[in-house]
Design a protein. Structure first.
Length: 369
């Protein structure tokens, strides 16, 4: 498939002053015809592994040709915001061909929850082998909303998984005996690391890393190895957070958002002792999605910046950081006209974007010469 360049000038206007110059970004269509793609990973041979929310995982070759859906996936409760969601490769994938993916796992009586599994990609790249479910969120709920489901491998080899509070059960985000509204940390075999913050407490589940989250949609490691994530607010109050073990990020007690249609949430407060403030928040909401850090030299002046996708705003946001704080926000691709679901930096140093629609695209973001 021939790559199709589409010119979208980068918006120079920033919400804060940014030191780096504006760049002209030119998206190339690497592949299209994807049904609500959710995540992309980069295979060693230059091909792409992509998930589609209805419950398919497929390989796209380096020329953009879509492969047939892989066999070997578990049962998936596809519907609403649920389905087959994130996928990441093991850090040693070149040797072990192991990958991790998360999805909405069906239960009884229309209930479901987020689950994390691992498998090996067959040498012919047609099926998943040796499937093992490592974690299932508890309790299961009858909801098609707020699954979370971003996976990050930490430098120590453990896995972090973001979990939504399933929307109608927001109070569970403060309940340490529930996985709803949490980030959990497990080993690659599904075990609980002994240094997790709540290990040994009878009133808390040992997998929990941090809590008080609403609907986490993006997560990534910064170049220094620190863990960052973003999450949807309700009507306003989308957040960037840097979760630390054992800390409470406030939902639904504190928020910068309000109920859909108006009206305060709870006491309508934004601060409370013992609860963390976001590193950055958007009001009105942009509907944050995938997150990545730029570590290559492909984008002059942007090395070390964070990029965040936006579903409702249909664009990217470039975030500049200093000493763990946001110093600038620049909207990118304002004329894209598609919901951005995922953004990742590829092995070639370019950023890649997935657009969320029934004829979704995989885009490569190039700079103008």
């Amino acid at each position: 498939m021939r790559l199709h360049p589409i010119a979208y000038p980068a918006l120079a206007l920033s919400l804060f002053a940014t030191a780096a110059p504006a760049l002209e970004i030119e998206p190339e269509v690497v592949a299209q015809g994807l049904q609500n793609p959710w995540a992309v990973a980069f295979l060693p041979d230059g091909s792409f592994l992509v998930t589609e929310r209805p419950g398919r995982m497929r390989v796209i070759d380096s020329k953009g040709a879509l492969g047939q859906p892989l066999s070997g996936l578990p049962a998936i409760a596809a519907g609403g915001q649920g389905g087959l969601l994130d996928v990441v490769l093991d850090s040693d994938f070149a040797q072990n061909r192991t990958l991790y993916f998360c999805y909405s796992e069906p239960g009884n009586n229309a209930s479901n929850s987020t689950a994390l599994a691992k498998a090996r990609l067959s040498s012919d790249q047609r099926q998943l082998e040796d499937l093992q479910v490592l974690f299932s969120q508890k309790p299961k709920k009858a909801s098609q909303l707020h699954f979370g489901c971003r996976i990050v491998e930490r430098p120590d080899g453990s896995l972090l998984l973001t979990l939504g509070e399933r929307s109608h059960f927001k109070e569970e985000a403060q309940n340490l005996q529930s996985h709803l509204g949490k980030i959990v940390r497990i080993g690659k075999d599904g075990s609980v690391p002994k240094d997790n913050p709540f290990v040994g407490r009878r009133d808390a589940l040992p997998e929990i890393w941090s809590y008080g989250h609403r609907s986490p949609q993006g997560a990534a490691l910064a170049p220094d190895g620190t863990f960052w994530m973003n999450e949807h607010g309700p009507q306003g109050g989308d957040e960037i957070n840097r979760p630390e073990p054992g800390k409470n990020y406030g939902w639904p007690v504190i928020t910068y958002g309000e109920n859909y249609g108006g009206g305060r949430i709870g006491a309508g407060i934004t601060h409370q002792k013992g609860m963390e403030q976001p590193v950055h928040q958007w009001t009105p909401s942009i509907a944050v999605s995938g997150m990545a850090f730029i570590t290559s030299d492909r984008y002059p002046g942007w090395k070390g910046n964070m990029v965040v996708g936006a579903l409702k705003a249909q664009r990217l946001e470039r975030i500049t950081l200093a000493a763990g704080k946001v110093t600038g926000v620049e909207p990118l691709l304002p004329q894209l006209g598609q919901r951005v679901r995922d953004v990742r930096q590829g092995p070639d140093g370019w950023l890649y974007v997935l657009t969320d629609r029934s004829n979704g695209q995989l885009l490569r973001l190039k700079t103008q010469p």
